[in-house]
Design a protein around this ligand. Sequence first.
Ligand code: GLY
Length: 370
Amino acid sequence: MRLNIVRVSPRYSRSYPVFIGSGILGELGELLASHTDLEPSRCLVAFQGPVASLASKASSSLEGFCRAVDEYRLPDGEEAKSLERVLELVRYMHDHNYSRSDIVVIVGGGAASDAAGMAAALYKRGIPYINIPTTLLSMVDAAIGGKVAVNYGGVKNVLGAFYQPSAVVEDVDTLSTLPWEEVLSGLGEIVKYAYTLNAKLHRMLREHGVNVAKKPSLLADAIVEGVKSKARIVELDEREEYGVREILNFGHTFGHALEAATGIRHGIAVAWGCVVEAWAGVKLGYTPERVARELEQLVESMGFPKPGLPSFERLEALMRRDKKVRGERIRGVFTLAPGRGAVIEVMLHEYLEAIRWGASRVWGDKREQH
Ligand code: GLY
């Protein structure tokens, strides 16, 4: 695959292209010139240290497109996601007299797009930005859909906005140096799509398992499918108003708790979250047992590392803080069949009980089965 373009047309924002292809980072300037109406005089390339060489490739490629290209190095990892660090970037744009006809080009994973996207949303009530995700996780999820946020008061993503990018450029070649655990983390989100939204991804995973990420042409197809699924949901419910976007949270209630309690990577926790939440769906009568069994076998066979199970009291305390909790109830996300999920409001205590049953099943306490 050379170049694939998926358009995202959200309800309240301008539509934008997601370019997916091999070797397209070097053609960034041409792509933006021919497929968008952006005519910036200046481009600010914001990046995190580990992807400095990709950022400089992006900068060189932007030279014909922008009159001037500046580079701004964000702090590494989650360190970038604080209001103070975002304000430093805002100050840079202010001191260098950036205007709303200039653009921010963000090179990196989810933390970079969250932080620099937040600065772009705040500065002059919004300066356009382009996402260039460099992890599988951000290619299929965070880079699309306009969620930008920082952590505050010890709570993740508590300050933020919905502010859509003007384009997203995904060069699959940039994934070739990604650590394997980081690739697996992205595959966790692909598993999520396969059991809630995308039957084609389900077939691909059933047929090729983890090899989906090892063969470049399969990986590119999987990314295109993941992007399409994400794009359709963002179009239906850009600002999480209708309970549709919550479907993207399959695997995330248990997954977030597992991630917080053990420190494992997000998408790996999500993969196990999908398994446990599928079993919870069986217990509550929404998920056919064969679907949960198949999903569990898939995640096991793909080699997602399995952390020890933290105490359920700790996990439960974390899950009670999930954003889908509404008083005594929770908007649970369930898989009904491969490629088909649903958001169903259930009593929180019944949900937690079903999750506990699912987790004890997955972590081997077979006594708690049926
Ligand atoms: N990552 C979930 C969402 O964008 O809504």
